[in-house]
Write a protein that binds this ligand. Structure first.
Ligand code: FAD
Length: 529
């Protein structure tokens, strides 16, 4: 696929996409009948010089894909997105048992898929249920407040990202990201993720993709065991020999541990077994909601509302002393969701459907914490998260309602929810509360400074009637399980700490890539049984 960047079209032009595509074809000197597909990879507004201009990146696929590299030199604004192969070298060591993958989030899913494709027939364990049953459990919780600790927004087939915006943006620069995209496409993700600069799938479409990948794993001889939780590791002379689960013991010499950032019982088990866990930085704060139209006015200025423009997105950050206040996981036209996985703890997150057509924009507004806040003790970091979630639950009035406050009130510490244009979307309902009092004073004051700085960057961000819902506590894993260059745990051979929970990823794509890396390392050492 070829990308032609920086094509400028006047804001008022008729059929701007058609014009931009024509310019792209002219730049490449390609006849229309040689083209298989064109699309808008990126569209932004340049409003710097009074007259706003639309700036396009156009993606073009040729019928003869093999001819594409020849066009890369056509102009400096032309680039190519290449097809990525995943072809691990297979090792020679004999395996006595099938490899086990624990956790069926993006990391476990991609690890298991690549093992299955190479003939390893992995056994995949997932503490939660299969997707259909999980969706029912999440809907039941949303309607009644009755939480199933193993089937919720964090746990169950597909992992934490299943009820998400399905944003596929990542900061990691690994060519395996391209392989992840290709795999998602093969399993039914919308074609635009191949070329959009900020691709997203949406929770509605993502679910079908996850199911389809699992079916491929099973068709290739993999076994997926739902409602099966890893509870212990068995080892001899520093080598893994088996695992304990809620459904019985399994003998194995390799385990890819991809349990996600919410598996606190599993982290406690690893700590008890004396494995090398350390603190990892994470962040806490709130979910902010604004009207999507107001965000777009601030981003697009006079061009706001132009039908060609995508839903406006933002990412803001501001340093306050040693801490960073930043926005994270922005969901345009999305919804704030109750994301608890433990009884008596309330927490927020955000999601969108593919259409992103909700009234509100939401994003986490969080402040960083790290090992120095917890004397380097990972169990203290987890206890801190839990305390915050319990405080939010109490102040929310129970039944997983969440404490909320309007920004004007939060900045003054008044504890009021003076609703105006923005109606909170948190599914379990909200209660007015003094959000600042739920966090340590230093973190609260950093968040106040941060919000005021964001207002200078994006007008209206600290509008008095913007809504904050709390608390956002699971931005990433508070722990890291140390691994060496061979991707095995430094304290236990055969154990592959993987994905976000083990501290090696943050987000759907980076977790999926880490799953591939761990599976590749395993395959480099062992031949399939
Ligand atoms: C509501 C929401 C929205 C999000 N939106 C986005 C987004 O738009 N884009 C993005 O990039 N990221 C998003 N994220 C973050 C993203 O989902 C995670 O970064 C990603 O899922 C991490 O992948 P993982 O495979 O490492 O772990 P997880 O996805 O957390 O998967 C871990 C799996 O392990 C299982 N498990 C846990 N413990 C055990 C055990 N002991 N035994 C067996 N199984 C176990 C869990 O049930 C779970 O299914 C969102 C997260 C949430 C909660």
């Amino acid at each position: 696929m070829l990308l032609v960047r920086g094509i400028r079209v006047a804001l008022g032009a008729a059929q701007p996409e058609k014009q931009a595509t024509a310019v792209a074809l002219k730049t490449l000197r390609i006849a229309e009948n040689a083209v298989a597909h064109t699309g808008v990879a990126k569209l932004s507004v340049d409003a710097r010089h009074g007259k706003p201009v639309l700036v396009y990146t156009i993606a073009i696929s040729l019928k003869n894909e093999g001819a594409e590299p020849a066009y890369v030199g056509a102009a400096p604004c032309v680039a190519i997105a290449r097809h990525v192969e995943f072809a691990p070298v297979i090792g020679s060591q004999t395996m006595q048992h099938r490899p086990v993958v624990c956790g069926l989030g993006p990391a476990g899913l991609f690890a298991a898929l690549s093992l299955a494709r190479a003939g390893y027939r992995p056994i995949v364990l997932e503490r939660g249920p299969a997707l259909d049953e999980r969706v029912k459990a999440v809907e039941h919780f949303s309607a009644t407040g009755q939480l199933n600790p193993n089937a919720n927004i964090q746990f169950g087939e597909g992992g934490a990202g299943t009820f998400s915006d399905g944003k596929l943006t990542t900061r990691i620069n690994d060519e395996l990201c391209g392989f992840v995209t290709q795999t998602l496409l093969k399993h039914g993700a919308p074609a635009e993720i191949a070329y959009k600069q900020k691709p997203h799938v949406g929770t509605d479409l993502l679910r079908g993709v996850i199911l389809s990948i699992r079916k491929e794993i099973e068709a290739l001889g993999g076994t997926v065991q739902f409602n099966t939780c890893l509870t212990g590791l068995v080892h001899r002379n520093g080598r893994l020999t088996g695992i304990q689960t809620t459904q019985g013991d399994i003998a194995c010499e390799t385990l890819i541990l991809a349990v996600g950032h919410s598996a606190r019982d599993t982290f406690a088990m690893l700590a008890e077994q004396g494995l090398p866990l350390e603190c990892k930085p994470f962040s806490v704060g709130f979910r902010a909601e604004h009207l999507q139209t107001e965000i777009e006015k601030s981003l697009y200025h006079q061009a706001a509302g132009h039908p060609a423009l995508p839903r406006g997105e933002y990412q803001l950050s501001h340093h306050v002393g040693n801490r960073c206040v930043y926005t994270f996981c922005m969901c345009p036209g999305g919804q704030v969701v109750a994301s608890a996985s433990e009884e008596g703890g309330a927490l927020t997150n955000g999601m969108s459907y593919h259409a992103r057509d909700g009234k509100n924009a939401n994003a986490a507004v969080v402040v960083s914490v790290d090992g120095s806040d917890f004397s380097g003790d990972p169990m203290k970091a987890i206890a801190f998260q839990r305390e915050l979630e319990r405080a939010a639950y109490r102040v929310g009035g129970g039944a997983y309602q969440a404490p909320a406050e309007t920004v004007g009130s939060f900045l003054k510490g008044q504890g009021r929810l003076d609703l105006g244009r923005v109606q909170p979307t948190y599914d379990r309902g909200v209660q007015a509360a003094d959000l600042g009092s739920l966090l340590p004073e230093e973190l609260t004051s950093s968040l106040r400074v941060g919000l005021q700085a964001f207002e200078r960057k994006l007008k209206g961000y600290a509008a008095a009637d913007a809504v904050l819902t709390g608390l956002e506590t699971r931005t990433s894993s508070p722990v890291r399980l140390l691994r060496g260059e061979n991707f095995q745990c430094t304290g236990l051979s055969g154990l592959y700490p993987c994905g976000e929970g083990a501290g090696y990823a943050g987000g759907i794509v980076s977790a999926a890539v880490d799953g591939l890396r761990c599976a590749r390392a395993l395959m480099q050492q062992y031949a399939p049984k």
